[in-house]
Write a protein that binds this ligand. Structure first.
Ligand code: MLT
Length: 266
């Protein structure tokens, strides 16, 4: 694990391998450890950088004020400036995808290729935003337990829940270790995120869209909208996976990732 002091926070990250850089952004309420399998699968040919977004993992959580997707994107830009990486492939799962959209919007020339996994471009509905605020208050008053148990059945496919106990336990432990202050800030930040649908036709970077066939939170129909709107994009549906497709079906996810990246190498 490495650390950088940027924009007033301590940011933890891993940086493995050599080659063109690939930056992967985790979802909510996870941390960089969710990408371990992808770091292993890619680092023989790529430099893979996985930050803990502000308030998650071993990065510091400063306050429960909204941590916006734009702010997290600025953190990622500052981290990459700090380690001297100008252009890279940017990938994000779910909340990581929201941050990737914000990043693309502000720094399009830094994005060589884009990977959008189990995410969506739309903003929250009013109801979803109110629910986020309730969850933020729950995290601050009771800790992560209630949120984690409420989310797990929605995050994973029935097959993963029934047959892959080690995946369920790994995810549960990761979520329970999340700092409630960081979680509350991110929930509020996600609630404030703008709609990014209008950005899709302006995305010029080669784009891979991945979705679990049983993703209930950002279902395949959201992935299809992105696929239709992002010119030349590739869509991979991972059969039997839910919302955390990289952990639920790592071989299929890695194959899709590797195929996409290798096909773009000079
Ligand atoms: C995630 O996995 O990052 C979250 O489910 C995203 C969200 O709550 O919108």
């Amino acid at each position: 694990m490495k650390r950088a002091r940027i924009r007033g926070i301590e940011m933890a990250y891993t940086d493995e391998g050599r080659g063109q850089s690939v930056v992967l952004l985790h979802g909510f309420p996870f941390n960089r450890s969710m990408w371990r399998g992808q770091v292993e699968a890619l680092s023989d040919r790529y430099r893979v950088i996985t930050p803990d977004l502000r308030g998650f993992g071993e990065s510091s959580a400063e306050s429960d004020e909204p941590a916006t997707m734009h702010e997290m994107a600025e953190d990622v830009a500052a981290l990459l400036d700090e380690i001297g990486v100008e252009r890279f492939t940017l990938g994000g799962l779910s909340m990581g995808g929201y941050v990737a959209f914000a990043f693309y919007r502000h720094f399009p020339l830094r994005v060589r290729n884009l990977i959008l996994a189990d995410t969506r471009p739309q903003a929250d509905t009013d109801e979803a935003r109110e629910n986020r605020e309730r969850q933020a208050q729950q995290a601050l008053s009771e800790g992560m337990q209630g949120i984690v148990e409420g989310m797990l059945p929605k995050l994973l496919s029935p097959t993963t829940l029934g047959e892959r106990k080690e995946v369920v336990e790994e995810l549960r432990a990761m979520m329970l270790s999340t700092n409630p202050v960081g979680a509350a800030a991110a929930l509020r930040g996600m609630g404030e995120r703008p709609d990014q649908t209008h950005l899709l036709p302006r995305i010029l970077a080669p784009t891979l869209i991945i979705v679990g066939s049983e993703d209930q939170l950002t279902p395949p129909k959201d992935a299809e909208i992105m696929h239709t709107e992002i010119r030349g994009s590739r869509l991979e549906v991972i059969e039997g996976a839910g919302h955390v497709s990289n952990l639920e079906r790592p071989s299929e996810f890695n194959r899709a990732l590797r195929h996409f990246l290798d096909s773009l190498q000079p």
